[in-house]
Write a protein that binds this ligand. Structure first.
Ligand code: FDA
Length: 398
């Protein structure tokens, strides 16, 4: 039994970063629909509550996609500078934390309220705690059954925008709805997997090191990142790990360089001259956290005795030790999965969409934006920048 009939120009499914940005720019009557209690929940919790809302250095090479060129057009037409000026217009104070990452000085809630204000000024309606039922194609657009406050509403629209994000963090309401609707309308969806996610290792592998953090270089055949590495009870985390996880496939090895910035070989050699009686471990502890050095006493290959005296080491022995520290090969057992992943890799195939306006090539009026699309950014504000740019591209086209 349908209680109400309603006609709008555009329905946007998902009041997240991309959906709200799209609503703020779309013309005509717009209805934004979300099953959550509040809009922009991921924005609210992002960046430790301060939202890393963009990156000064965002450019297409910071994104993974089946088509690395796809994001170029939207990102060129709505840049980090455009978003920064929006933030400035709303009087939101911000700062650069590191590596071009911009955060609110105050709270991420300021970004959510900026976007809801922009949406309201554009005249968009927002229906929260609304579930999406059947979605059908009509002669001049789409018809949806939406359930709100226990009532079913049949809503027709000319444009339908899929902005329900990816599968990351189901506890926060993430679903595969955008993929399901895309498939229903014959748009291909590429395989999805968790990205920006900690690595797990078999029980107890790094428990002695839980909480130890250090600057490191993590790499594999596809990518290399110099950022912090954090040991956890479950395995490895920290920015360097999250970044590499997006380039990692099940079963593959990764290489950890524990001291990318220091020439430990030169340091050990020179200390051998002046403090030869010192144990290697004592000298290493000047460059690496003491708990890690203790752990390495057991973990290094036989022949690398860190309790031995520096004076007893040949150049070759010191080099072999340093090689182990710079090329520590590890094979993660897996990742923490969608439960903690910041993003979902893969998604609605970019081949099916116009890179200019995110419209489905085979279904005029159907759009897909944000994380639901097969475009995934690095850690550091890049994913929000994609949400803003793709939301803006679709919104201005509608
Ligand atoms: P988003 O997930 O934001 O929004 C989708 C909306 O659709 C949600 O409101 C959801 O409730 C709704 N929805 C889903 N299924 C539905 C259904 N079946 N029916 C109705 N509504 C439905 N990025 C960054 O650049 N800087 C950062 O600091 C962070 N930090 C961060 C922290 C954490 C913990 C996470 C999980 C993620 C980040 N990210 C991030 C990533 C960033 O949050 C993400 O890329 C964007 O929010 C994607 O924006 P979208 O609008 O595409 O999806």
């Amino acid at each position: 039994m349908v209680d109400a009939l309603m006609q709008v120009n555009t329905v946007i499914l998902g009041a997240g970063a991309a959906g709200m940005m799209c609503a703020a720019h779309s013309g005509g009557s717009t209805l934004v629909v979300d099953h959550a209690k509040a809009p922009g929940e991921k924005i609210r919790i992002s960046g430790g509550g301060r939202c890393n809302f963009t990156n000064l250095y965002a450019e297409p090479s910071n994104y993974l996609s089946g088509n690395p060129h796809f994001c170029k057009s939207a990102m060129a037409r709505y840049t980090q500078w455009d978003f920064i000026s929006l933030v400035d217009r709303h009087g939101i104070a911000w700062h650069e934390k590191t590596l071009g990452q911009l955060f609110c000085d105050g709270s991420a809630k300021q970004i959510v309220s900026m976007l809801t204000t922009e949406m309201a000024q554009a005249g968009a309606d927002l229906w929260l705690q609304t579930s999406v039922g059947a979605v059908e194609q009509t002669d001049d657009g789409f018809a949806l059954t939406l359930t709100k406050d226990g009532k079913d509403h049949r809503v027709t629209c000319r444009n339908l925008v899929l902005a329900t994000g990816g599968k990351s963090i189901p506890k926060m309401g993430a679903t595969g709805l955008a993929y399901d609707i895309a498939r229903q309308f014959a748009l291909p969806v590429t395989d999805t997997r968790p990205g920006l996610v900690p690595f797990t290792f078999p029980e107890g592998r790094f428990s002695a090191l839980a909480g130890v953090s250090l600057p490191a270089r993590l790499s594999n055949a596809r990518a290399s990142f110099d950022e912090a590495l954090l040991f956890t009870h479950r395995g490895l985390s920290g920015p360097a790990v999250l970044q590499l996880s997006s380039y990692w496939h099940e079963g593959e090895e990764i290489t950890v360089n524990l001291a990318p910035e220091s020439d430990i070989f030169a340091a050990l050699r020179s200390q051998r001259q002046i403090a030869g009686k010192r144990a290697i471990a004592t000298e290493l502890a000047r460059y690496l956290p003491a708990r890690l050095v203790d752990y390495l006493k057991e973990a290094l290959a036989p022949g690398c005795d860190l309790t031995a005296r520096l004076a007893d080491q040949s150049d070759a022995a010191l080099q072999a030790l340093c090689d182990q520290l710079s090329q520590w090969q590890l094979t993660p057992g897996g990742t923490e999965g969608y439960r903690t992943a910041e993003v979902t890799l893969g998604g609605i195939d970019t081949d099916a969409l116009s890179s200019k306006n995110m419209q489905a090539k085979s279904r005029p009026g159907l759009y897909a934006i944000g994380e639901a699309v097969d475009v995934t950014g690095w850690l550091g504000g890049y994913n929000f920048q994609w949400a803003w740019a793709s939301g803006h591209a679709a919104g201005t086209a509608i």
